[in-house]
Design a protein around this ligand. Structure first.
Ligand code: NCD
Length: 306
C-alpha cells in the first residue's frame, strides 16, 4: 500500500526528515528501471493538470519535470514568463493567483528570488514543488544527487563528499548541505574564500588537493556569476579549483565526479573528465532526475487522487 507523503509541498530539504528523503529515493528506484523500458506510459496522473512556471532559464530541470509529468499521464503546461504579462509588470502574487484560478493539481516553480516558491505556495490550493529559488534551495536536485550516489556507490552513510566551487551562491549546494549529512555523509566544502559560505556548518578548505583528498564523491559547481555583485577574478581559477583527471587520480583516486549542470568545461571541470563515464556520474544525474521527479509528482498528488 503506497504511503501518503507527510508534506503538502516540496519547498526545500529543510523540514524533511531522513525517512522522508529515503521514502522519495525508494519511490524513485522503480521509475529508473521503468524509464529504460520501451514504452514509458503510466496513467496515475491522468486528468491532473501540472503547470511548470520557470521564471529563470533551465534545460535539465524544466525538461525533466515535463517528461516526468507526461510519463505519469498528467496534462503538462509550461508557463513562459517571457511571453506572458510578467513582461507587462504583473507581480508574482498576481501571476500565482491567476495560475491558481486555472485549478492546477500541481505547480512546479523556479524563480530568481529566494523564498519565491514558499511565497507562491502560500497562495495556491495545490501542492508546489520548488525547482530552484534564487540562492535558496533546489530540493529535487539534492534528491537526484542522493539517488545517483546511492546507486553508484551502494550507500551514502559514511561517505566523504566534497562540494567544490561556488558553494556560497549555489542553491544546489544549499540543499545538498542539508540532505547529505542527514543521510550520514561527511561533507567538506572546497573553494576560494569569496565563494565559501559565511557561516559554514561543515569543514571548509581553500586548498583543493587537501579538500578532495580521500573523498568518495567530488561534486563540482558552476560559478553563479548571475548572483554576484562584483565579478570574480577568473584568472587561474581552473588551475586552483578546476577538476582534472590528474588531480582526481592523485588525491581522490576512487571518487566519482558529479556536476548539476550547466558545466563550464575548462573552468570548474575539464571536459575529458566530464565525458569519462567511468569517473563521471553527470549523465546518471540527468537520467535519475526524471525518476526522482516522477516520484515527487506521484507522492505530492496522492492525496488529491484519493
Ligand atoms: C543548477 C541550478 O539551476 O540551480 N542547475 C540545475 O538545476 N541542474 C545549477 C546551476 O545553475 O549552476
Amino acid at each position: 500500500m503506497p504511503q501518503p507523503f507527510p508534506h503538502r509541498h516540496l519547498l526545500g530539504i529543510e523540514g524533511l526528515s531522513a525517512p522522508d528523503i529515503l521514502a522519495i529515493l525508494d519511490e524513485a528506484e522503480p521509475w529508473a528501471a521503468f524509464n529504460r523500458g520501451a514504452r514509458k506510459a503510466d496513467g496515475r496522473l491522468a486528468g491532473l493538470t501540472q503547470i511548470n512556471a520557470f521564471f529563470e532559464n533551465s534545460t535539465r530541470t524544466l525538461f525533466s519535470f515535463e517528461i516526468a509529468g507526461k510519463r505519469l499521464g498528467a496534462q503538462v503546461s509550461n508557463f513562459h514568463p517571457a511571453a506572458s504579462s510578467v513582461r507587462k509588470g504583473e507581480s508574482l502574487t498576481d501571476t500565482a493567483l491567476t495560475l491558481n484560478a486555472m485549478r492546477p493539481d500541481i505547480l512546479v516553480i523556479r524563480h530568481e528570488a529566494d523564498g519565491a516558491a514558499a511565497d507562491v505556495a502560500a497562495l495556491m490550493d495545490c501542492p508546489v514543488i520548488n525547482a530552484g529559488d534564487g540562492a535558496g534551495e533546489h530540493p529535487t536536485q539534492a534528491l537526484l544527487d542522493a539517488l545517483t550516489i546511492r546507486r553508484r556507490l551502494g550507500r551514502i552513510d559514511g561517505l566523504k563528499i566534497a562540494i567544490c566551487g561556488d558553494v556560497r551562491h549555489s542553491r544546489v549546494a544549499a540543499s545538498n548541505m542539508r540532505s547529505l549529512p542527514l543521510l550520514g555523509a561527511e561533507l567538506r566544502l572546497v573553494g576560494p574564500p569569496a565563494l565559501l559560505p559565511d557561516h559554514p556548518q561543515q569543514p571548509v578548505f581553500t586548498d583543493m588537493a587537501e579538500g578532495i583528498s580521500g573523498c568518495d564523491v567530488v561534486m563540482m559547481l558552476r560559478i553563479q556569476h548571475e548572483r554576484m555583485g562584483e565579478q570574480l577574478e577568473m584568472e587561474d581559477y581552473h588551475d586552483s579549483y578546476g577538476l582534472t583527471h590528474a588531480k582526481l587520480d592523485k588525491y581522490a583516486p576512487n571518487a566519482i565526479v558529479m556536476h548539476p549542470g550547466p558545466m563550464n568545461r575548462g573552468v570548474e571541470i575539464d571536459g575529458a573528465l566530464a565525458d569519462d563515464s567511468a569517473r563521471s556520474a553527470i549523465l546518471d544525474q540527468v537520467e535519475l532526475g526524471v525518476a526522482v521527479r516522477m516520484a515527487c509528482l506521484d507522492l505530492l498528488t496522492r492525496a488529491r487522487r484519493g
